[in-house]
Design a binder for this molecule. Structure first.
Ligand code: MN
Length: 286
């Protein structure tokens, strides 16, 4: 079995634009070897937005290069447009998987309908690194709707497979390196063994409820970091629990990040800033 390394969290929130009240539970500003192949985890909400008669809240045009942004929606709706031609609106149960790769400019706003109605809001944005050989991949956009995400019933838990697989049931997301991304639910009192693969860095984010892993209690907006070695982990749900389980093969390369750019070296960051300032990221059509 995997062992518990530590529990990470962050009680300090900040706003991304005016639409996303987030807590960054980890980021590439820390020890990237502890989180590879992931770079950043922003937990937005839970929050209640009032009806808004003005322009939708969110974050306007900004660039990314060198990784993928994965947005998982639990409550609310977000609309996206990017310079690669990708775009769309996703709601509860849906996932956006955007490959920034060589570089995109995008915007992320509440959908017009959700903005007008207001209501509960809860999302996760996860940044997934690209290995050096794929950092110049062409931009891409996967709109993954809830009906395309299979659910696997385990003893004591259910898991929606966004990426990766459980017992041969595969998730729809395409990733550049082997990862698993599972939306896991457990009922109060349940015990489950999650089939976490050997050799993958492994993190379990508790979005709501409370679970016990290896004798340690973990509550909402905390992440249990488990060992790369070993296979599987036993969880006990102390309350009804909503978990986001992330595993991935480590990318053993240096990480040099600056704001929305994550590359391997300082020189590549300087280049990204030059390219963005020179308009080489293109623009959003329309
Ligand atoms: Mn963005």
């Amino acid at each position: 079995m995997k062992t518990l390394i530590d529990v990470i969290g962050n009680t300090a929130g900040h706003w991304v634009g005016d639409g996303f009240p987030v807590r960054s539970l980890f980021s590439y500003h820390g020890d990237t070897r502890a989180i590879t192949p992931f770079l950043l985890f922003d937990y937005a909400g839970p929050f209640q937005f009032e009806p808004n008669a003005g322009p939708p809240r969110g974050v306007g045009q900004h660039p990314h290069r060198g990784f993928e942004t994965v947005t998982i929606v639990y409550d609310g709706e977000v609309s996206h447009r990017d310079s690669g031609g990708g775009g769309g609106t996703i709601g509860a149960g849906d996932v956006q998987w955007m490959t920034a790769g060589a570089g995109v400019i995008h915007e992320e706003f509440h959908s017009a309908a959700y903005s007008r109605s207001g209501g509960p809001f809860r999302m996760v944005q996860l940044w997934v690194n690209l290995p050096a050989r794929h950092k110049s991949a062409p931009p891409a956009y996967q709109a993954i709707t809830a009906d395309s995400i299979p659910t696997v019933q385990l003893d004591g838990a259910s898991a929606r497979i966004i990426a990766g697989q459980i017992a041969g049931t595969r998730g729809p997301a395409r990733s550049f390196t082997p990862i698993n991304l599972w939306d896991v639910r457990m009922a109060a009192g349940a015990d489950a063994v999650l089939p976490l693969p050997r050799g993958h860095n492994t993190m379990i984010a508790v979005l709501s409820g409370h679970v016990t892993v290896a004798g340690r209690g973990i509550g909402a907006a905390e992440i249990a970091r488990l060992s790369t070695e070993g296979e599987g982990a036993a969880l006990h749900a102390d309350d009804d629990a909503m978990l986001l389980v992330m595993t991935g093969e480590p990318i053993d390369e240096p990480v040099f990040g600056h704001g929305p750019f994550v590359m391997n070296t300082r020189a590549e960051i300087v280049q990204a800033i030059e390219d963005f300032n020179a308009g080489r990221f293109g623009g959003i059509a329309g």
